[in-house]
Design a protein around this ligand. Structure first.
Ligand SMILES: [Zn+2]
Length: 257
């Protein structure tokens, strides 16, 4: 494996550790960069060995070494997911672009985790992701930078319009502007041509997951939970997945390519 891929893989559990921390602290309004990591139960400052991703969690049996309070399995699971993202990137993307690809995947994972748990997509993540997408486009394909800038604007406008229409028809908030900023970031990374694939892909994934959940519930003998029309659904994770897949494999084209 070439060295950019290897360095991304080596870095991935540490990026995962930092971003898992961010995903927990950001929605709680806590600082991340300032201060060291603390046990969320007793407040004890975690030592270096406690912060070694995954291994530290396993060695401590998933508990704080001071108060023995359980430390959420979210942390090692998130770190494993970040390793998987770097591996996936290394298998698909040749050369140094594996770095921005891994970074995109890690940030999308963070956004998906936060949205799934809290129904928010913080500006502190979506807006830097948007800027990063334009910067990467400027380096990788400077002659197509305009497509990516239009993608960012069109992504925001399209989703903001859908959200406004939804609000008017249903009389309440269904899609937040966080989703619009996330789609804007997607447009910045992918160019405006990819936006229809991203939106259709995200909607298709959301529907497939909802149907699979109903089928599983039915198989388990439980009465299928009704898919209430007013049920709250975090759309962000599906947008994140669609952006990731289109970045790696390209948008669907009319030619079927
Ligand atoms: Zn503790």
């Amino acid at each position: 494996m070439a060295s950019p891929a290897l360095s991304a893989l080596v870095l991935s559990p540490f990026a995962g550790s930092f971003l898992a921390n961010l995903a927990v602290r950001l929605p709680a309004g806590e600082g991340v960069v300032r201060g060291r990591s603390r046990c969320r139960s007793c407040g004890a400052t975690l030592g270096v060995t406690d912060l070694v991703p995954i291994v530290g969690w396993l060695l401590l049996g998933g508990r704080c070494r001071h108060c023995r309070a359980p430390i959420s399995a979210f942390y090692p699971r998130f770190e494993l997911a970040c390793i998987a993202v770097a591996l996936w990137a290394a298998l698909v993307v040749p050369g140094w672009p594996v770095w921005p690809t891994s970074l995109l995947g890690w940030l999308l994972l963070t956004l998906a985790a936060i949205d799934r748990a809290h129904f928010i997509l913080p500006d502190m993540l979506t807006l830097p992701l948007l800027g990063l997408g334009l910067a990467v486009a400027a380096v990788l394909a400077p002659d197509r930078l305009g497509d990516h800038a239009i993608g960012a604007a069109a992504g925001f406008a399209a989703f903001a319009l859908i959200a406004a229409a939804y609000r008017r028809v249903r009389g309440r908030e269904g899609l937040g502007l966080g989703d619009a900023k996330l789609l804007a970031a997607g447009g910045a990374w992918l160019g405006w041509q990819a936006l229809p694939t991203v939106v259709a892909g995200a909607a298709g994934l959301a529907l497939a997951v909802a149907l699979a959940a109903r089928a599983l519930a039915a198989l388990g003998g439980a009465s299928a939970p009704p898919l209430a029309a007013d049920q709250r659904l975090a759309f962000g994770p599906y947008l994140c997945a669609a952006i990731w897949l289109v970045w790696l494999y390209g948008p669907l084209s009319a030619a079927g390519g």
